[in-house]
Every structure is written in C-alpha cells, then in structure tokens.
Design a protein around this ligand. Structure first.
Ligand code: SF4
Length: 212
C-alpha cells in the first residue's frame, strides 16, 4: 500500500473530525460500572442488542454490589441474546465481586488494574478510561483496526500496534474522539464488506479506495 505523508494523514484526520464531530458511544449507561458491563457484553454483539439487554438488567442490578450477589445461572438468562453469554456472565460476576471487595464498588481508573479484572482486556480498559473517566485513551476495536489500516493511518497486524501508531499520530486530547470517528466511519461507510467508497469523503486520499 502507498505510504501517506504526514500532511495527508493529518488531512484525513481533519475530514474525519469534521464528518463525525460530536459522535459518541451508542451504548447506554448511567455509571462507569454500567459502561464496563455494556462493553463486556458488546463483544461479538451489536450495540443495539446490548442496549436492549442492559435496559432491564441495569434496572434490576444497577451496580457492582448487586451483580456480585448473582450466580452465573441467574445472570445467563438475562444476557442470553448476546454471543458468548456463558463466559460474559462468569466474567461480569467475578469482576463485580473483586470490585465490591477490593475497590469499594468503584472501578479503578488505571489501565494496569483494569486489565487484571476478568473480561477486561486492553480495548475495554481504554473505553472505560476514555468514556467513563475522561482519561485520554484510544481503544482499538474491529472497526478502528480495519478503517485505520485501510486509510493508511496505521500499518499493523494487531490492535496494540494500531493503538501505538494512532497515539503517535493523533494529539493526546483527541484520542478518545478519534476512536469514535473511526468507529462511526466503519459503521456507516467503510464497512467490512463492500465499503461505500463512492460516498466516502476520504476517497481522494484513501490508498484502499475501491472504484465501483
Ligand atoms: S475510500 Fe473506501 S476504503 Fe477508503 S476509507 Fe473510504 S470507504 Fe473506506
């Protein structure tokens, strides 16, 4: 793939910012704990499906303390419409118990501590930091990985490499926003299959443009 100049990368970021300014997470939550549960549930499930589940789940069990009292067999039926629900139930309850016992019911605002909790990897920790605590972090999910590589903003095989390359390119105060720009671009236009290059505002700069 043709390598872009720094100016071309900055032009792409400016267009993304103008196009997706003000976008935010589609997940619904009222606390950092609820955000963490929603992000854990969102693996291999879309955000609308997660919101349907959490609407009732959070009404009955709004915080870590109440979820810590559940057994997996009680939680599973409440989340069974999302993928991997056995593991998700086990991880959510285990994390709820640790957070209740060790952190007084509040998730720690620290990536190293977050990633020690069951079900919380680097991407989920970054979402919790950026969206929940307002601490600069750039979470790389499947959309961010695909879109940033197609656009030439990153050239990487792993989310960790992509995160490092994007963080080197984008000013720290825009990391959290850039995560949303790339996700929304991946959902709306730069889809995994059949990207809508003919509608894309980045087509004149994009090295992966497909002519239809
Ligand atoms: S031109 Fe096509 S491949 Fe490039 S960012 Fe736009 S939609 Fe994605």
């Amino acid at each position: 793939m043709k390598k872009l100049t720094k100016k071309q990368k900055n032009d792409i970021l400016s267009i993304l910012e103008q196009t997706y300014h003000g976008t935010a997470s589609a997940l619904q939550f009222d606390s950092v704990w609820q955000l963490a549960v929603a992000v854990i549930l969102s693996a291999q499930t879309n955000d609308n499906q997660v919101n349907k589940i959490t609407h009732d789940l959070f009404a009955a069990y709004p915080d870590a303390q109440s979820m810590a009292k559940l057994e997996p067999e009680q939680l599973e039926p409440l989340i069974s419409t999302c993928g991997l629900y056995h593991n998700k139930a086990k991880n959510i309850i285990a994390t709820a118990r640790i957070v209740t016992e060790q952190y007084d019911g509040c998730l720690p605002a620290d990536k190293q501590l977050l990633t020690q909790l069951p079900g919380i990897g680097g991407k989920t920790a970054n979402v919790i930091l950026a969206v929940g605590f307002g601490i600069p972090a750039l979470a790389v999910d499947t959309h961010v990985q695909r879109v940033s590589n197609r656009l030439g903003l990153a050239q990487s095989k792993t989310p960790e490499q992509t995160e490092a390359q994007l963080c080197a390119l984008i000013p720290r105060e825009k990391w959290a926003d850039a995560h949303h720009w790339l996700i929304w671009h991946g959902r709306k236009l730069c889809t995994a299959r059949n990207p809508k290059c003919n509608l894309c505002p980045l087509s004149s700069l994009c090295p992966s443009r497909e002519d239809s």
